[in-house]
Write a protein that binds this ligand. Structure first.
Ligand code: ZN
Length: 271
C-alpha cells in the first residue's frame, strides 16, 4: 500500500460543547487534544481557536499561545485555518498567517454552509494565496465543490500556487456536494497529476466512510471534532484521539503506513 497522512481538526469553529461536551476550547485544551491526537497517529493539526467565551476568533495572540503550547508538547505540522468562521471578514480570517505557520487552509470558492454561507470570491482567494506564496506557507486547497477544483487549476495556471499541491476535499457539508466513494473518485481524478489530497467527510457517517474512501484512492485522512463529533450512530466521541486511533487502525489494517510530521514536511516540501 502507500504512506498516508492523518490530520486532526480538533475543534473547528462551529462545533459547541452542547454538541459534544468533550470539545477542547481553551489554548491548553486544544494543545492537549493535539498532543493526544499526535500520540494516536496524527501528523498534522488543523487549527481553529476560540476566545474566552468559547466563540470562534482569528485573534493572532490566541493562535500564537496555542501554537506555542502545541510545540512544547509535540512535533506536529500546524495548519491554521483561513476559513475562520461564518460571518468573518477576509482581513480577520487571514490574521494567523502573520505567524508564518507551515500550512494554512485556502478556500477555493463560495459555498453554502448549512443555512449560512462562506464567501470566497476570486479576488479574495488570490489575496490569501499571494500572502501564503510570499511567506512560503503551504496551502491546503479546500474544495467544497467540484467547481472549486477547477478554480484552483486556474489559479495554478496564474502562478499563484506552486507544486507540490495539497488539496482538502470537504464533502457532505449541508448545502454542498455529498460524500460518496464515486464522488470522491471524481475529485481525486480532477486534480493536477501528482497532487496530494486529504478528504474530510462531514458528519459521522460520511466521516467514517471517507476514511475508507481515502484508502481506496490513496489519499490522506482527516478526522476530529470540526468534522464529526460521533464515534458511532448516536454515540459521541470521547476525544479527538479516539477518532484518530480508529483512523490509524483502519489504515494500518489496510496495509498503509502512517506518516510522521517530519515525513509530511519532506513529502509536501514544507519550508
Ligand atoms: Zn477548519
Amino acid at each position: 500500500m502507500y504512506k498516508t497522512v492523518i490530520t486532526c481538526a480538533v475543534s473547528g469553529a462551529e462545533t459547541t460543547r452542547e454538541d459534544n461536551p468533550n470539545l477542547p476550547l481553551t489554548p491548553q485544551e486544544i494543545a492537549d487534544a493535539a498532543y493526544e491526537a499526535n500520540q494516536a497517529g496524527a501528523a498534522i493539526v488543523h487549527l481553529h481557536v476560540r476566545d474566552a467565551e468559547g466563540q470562534p476568533t482569528q485573534d493572532v495572540k490566541v493562535f500564537e499561545e496555542t501554537i506555542g503550547l502545541i510545540r512544547k508538547k509535540c512535533n506536529m505540522v500546524i495548519e491554521v485555518t483561513t476559513g475562520g468562521a461564518v460571518g468573518m471578514t477576509l482581513e480577520e480570517r487571514l490574521q494567523p498567517l502573520q505567524l508564518e505557520p507551515e500550512m494554512a487552509s485556502l478556500d477555493c470558492g463560495t459555498a453554502n454552509f448549512g443555512d449560512d454561507y462562506i464567501i470566497n470570491t476570486l479576488p479574495m482567494i488570490r489575496e490569501a494565496g499571494q500572502i501564503m506564496k510570499k511567506k512560503k506557507i503551504q496551502p491546503t486547497l479546500e474544495c467544497f465543490d467540484l467547481s472549486h477544483v477547477d478554480t484552483s487549476i486556474n489559479l495554478i495556471r496564474e502562478g499563484l500556487i506552486e507544486p507540490p499541491f495539497h488539496y482538502g476535499f470537504v464533502l457532505n457539508v449541508p448545502g454542498c456536494i455529498r460524500y460518496d466513494a464515486e464522488t470522491l473518485g471524481i475529485f481525486a481524478r480532477r486534480v493536477p497529476k501528482g497532487s496530494y489530497w486529504t478528504v474530510m467527510g462531514i458528519g459521522g457517517k460520511a466521516n467514517l466512510s471517507a476514511i475508507y474512501g481515502a484508502i481506496t484512492y490513496q489519499g490522506f485522512i482527516r478526522v476530529g471534532f470540526e468534522d464529526n463529533i460521533y464515534f458511532g450512530k448516536g454515540v459521541l466521541a470521547e476525544s479527538n484521539a479516539q477518532l484518530v486511533e480508529r483512523a490509524a487502525r483502519i489504515a494500518t489494517d489496510a496495509g498503509c503506513t502512517i506518516a510522521t510530521a517530519d515525513e509530511v514536511r519532506s513529502l509536501l516540501k514544507l519550508r
